[in-house]
Design a binder for this molecule. Structure first.
Ligand code: KG4
Ligand code: ZN
Length: 364
């Protein structure tokens, strides 16, 4: 089976061809990061227009790279939810049009499901399948728009057991980066500067949220206040005024201390979730923030004050999966992987004349 997958939910225009068992036949991503770095964030209308310009060349490239023509494609998969309205429209309208013109079945895929299934992508169909996640599993979805712990008893079944009550963790990275005067997107910028910083220099409180929910707005305010205090500025100083007062090492120490705290908060909640589900056989990380190297290191050794460090011991039974860094951020290969596991489970194709986008709908 050859799946042509399309993803345009935010600011990446992406197309990929995915074969049996989620084998990557091609993967093309055109990022709009350079456009939005100048503005410090995504402008939805500009993103939609950029998708419109890029979508057809990107699809052509994905077919060419796979060495396939349209007749070799068995079906089309596209992100229909959640995301920016105008961005989702470009991808879905393109996919609907191609499905009608080429007489191919069309599958609508949820973006967070795609992020989770980035962990099933591979280059080699003959790989050892013990290297794939076992069920039941616990997924930690950490992106610019979402922070959720999702329990999956089996393929294609999702129970959201924890979610953020305010900011997403990626959004928090992006906002702290602005305070520190670092370019958009904030995650990679903070990670880079933090390499030269002391993660123990500043102490930030962990939010007191019961259960498995997250909160990141308090951490954002804590960093803001600490920067103001360290620079001897009043708390009325606006956040956009702060960066110019920071010395290089001070900026690096703030970046490293914030990054370490954000990672510890994520892992502590994930551990509590795993304690509540001792039957879980794997934990999978997904979404843009899963590219973070400090998070990856901490996940393998356990966070500070780890309650059940045995969960994280490299020889414990629990499998721990991170997507390859190139599949942490938005891409279409993961859409194809998610579609593949839907299709083999018997999921029905959608009507290409009727597919609607759903910018805010939860995973299903
Ligand atoms: O999954 P994604 O590409 O798009 C959404 O679906 O939101 O995630 C984007 C988010 C941004 O907030 C970005 O700052 C963050 O992922 N991010 C990172 C890293 N790379 C990207 N956060 C922390 N560390 C990174 N290395
Ligand atoms: Zn995403």
């Amino acid at each position: 089976m050859n799946i042509l997958a399309i993803e345009t939910s935010c600011d990446e225009t992406a197309a990929a061809v995915i074969g049996d068992e989620a084998k990557i036949l091609s993967n093309v991503v055109v990022s709009q990061i350079d456009i939005f770095a100048a503005y410090g964030g995504v402008i939805p209308e500009v993103a939609a227009r950029s998708h419109l310009e890029a979508i057809l060349p990107v699809i052509h490239q994905a077919l060419d790279d796979a060495g396939l023509a349209k007749d070799d494609i068995d079906c089309i998969a596209v992100t229909y939810a959640p995301g920016l309205l105008g961005s989702l429209l470009i991808g879905t309208l393109t996919a609907r049009t191609l499905a009608i013109l080429w007489h191919k079945p069309l599958y609508a895929v949820h973006h967070l499901k795609s992020h989770i299934y980035s962990n099933w992508l591979h280059d080699d169909i003959n790989q050892d399948h013990t290297t794939l996640p076992n069920f039941p599993l616990m997924a930690l979805v950490i992106s610019g728009g979402h922070t959720q712990i999702i329990y999956m008893p089996e393929h294609n079944k999702f129970e959201i057991i924890g979610t953020t009550r305010d900011d997403a963790v990626g959004e928090c990275f992006d906002k702290i980066a602005k305070i520190l005067g670092l370019p958009y997107p904030g995650g990679p910028s903070i990670a880079k500067v933090a390499e030269h910083g002391n993660s123990n220099k500043y102490k930030f409180p962990h939010p007191k949220v019961d259960g498995l929910d997250f909160s990141f707005s308090g951490l954002k305010t804590a960093v803001l206040r600490a920067v103001q205090a360290d620079c001897n500025l009043p708390i009325t100083t606006p956040s956009y005024e702060l960066a110019k007062h920071l010395a290089g090492q001070q900026r690096a120490d703030f970046a490293a201390s914030f990054q370490a705290t954000a990672c510890d908060i994520l892992l502590e909640k994930l551990q509590i979730a795993l304690e509540g589900h001792p039957e879980a056989r794997a934990t999978v990380f997904a979404g843009g923030v899963s590219a973070n190297q400090v998070l990856r290191q901490k996940a393998l050794v356990g966070p500070k004050n780890s309650l059940r460090s045995d969960f994280w011991h490299p020889h414990a039974d629990l499998q721990v999966f991170f997507p390859e860094p190139r599949f942490s951020g938005d891409n279409a290969a993961m859409v194809g992987a998610a579609a593949y596991y839907e299709i083999i489970a018997g999921s029905q194709a959608v009507d290409p004349y009727k597919l609607n986008i759903l910018p805010h709908t939860p995973i299903k």
